[in-house]
Design a binder for this molecule. Sequence first.
Ligand code: AMP
Length: 282
Amino acid sequence: MKIIGPPATFQKRMLACRRAGKTVGFVPTMGALHDGHMSLVRRARKRCDVTAVSIFVNPLQFGPGEDLARYPRTVKRDLALCAAAGVDYVFLPAAESLYPPDFRTDVNVGGLGDALCGKSRPGHFRGVTTVVAKLLNLAQCDRAFFGQKDAQQALIVKKMVRDLNLPVVIEICPIVREKDGLAMSSRNRFLNPSERQQAVALFRAIKSAEMLVRGGERRGIRIVRAAEREIKKAPLAKIDYVELRDAENLQPVKNIGDTATLLALAVFFGKTRLIDNTVLKG
Ligand code: AMP
């Protein structure tokens, strides 16, 4: 496994792979890797000849007062996980190399980034699309792999790729969960034992919504209320949002119909903000 810091070197290497006739699969991450990330790596390895992972905590996608400084950094362990998983290249850039002092350009996907997490975290998705555009250009990949865990991010990245005609296929992989149902996240390690225990409320909320829909409920308000009720059973939980949105365009949805509807949740446990989602269909 090769570890590469300088962006130009990474791009050159990836271009050389492509020129040698190999397909490149790319998994962008912020590190503190867990099995959710590794599921993307496994998918990339199945689909492509060469697998590249980037580890970069992107300052552009953190707002003032967010957890950029305390975001977990476990590079040594991440590299060992990547090596064991058969990753070929790890791109580990320094922030200054991606954002030199004269860096001015940003990439913004209108509309989709305003709702849900975009509302709670203004500027977040602009930071995400800017770094993902840069990383895709550097990786020169055939396919890039993202998680459904960040459903809004997945939609926005796909939209950016369509709108800008980027020559890459975006694959979205299912949410990987802990045994009790909590979606794996680098931020789970911030939870203290009682918060961790109660954090399963997000999964319970999703399950109760899915059960209602399976039982024939179509009224959005009933579904959202049921999900909220489950979350409120956890005394340490503070709801940021529980919303039903069209799973393609993120327009608000009143009642479940034949098209896919995203039930998206964001919940605070102390300072830690957890997100989760499921796709409901009538
Ligand atoms: P992050 O390091 O949190 O920026 O995540 C990097 C990629 O891993 C993103 O595409 C995430 O959606 C994906 N990811 C994070 N957690 C999970 C999970 N539990 N299951 C599947 N994919 C995940």
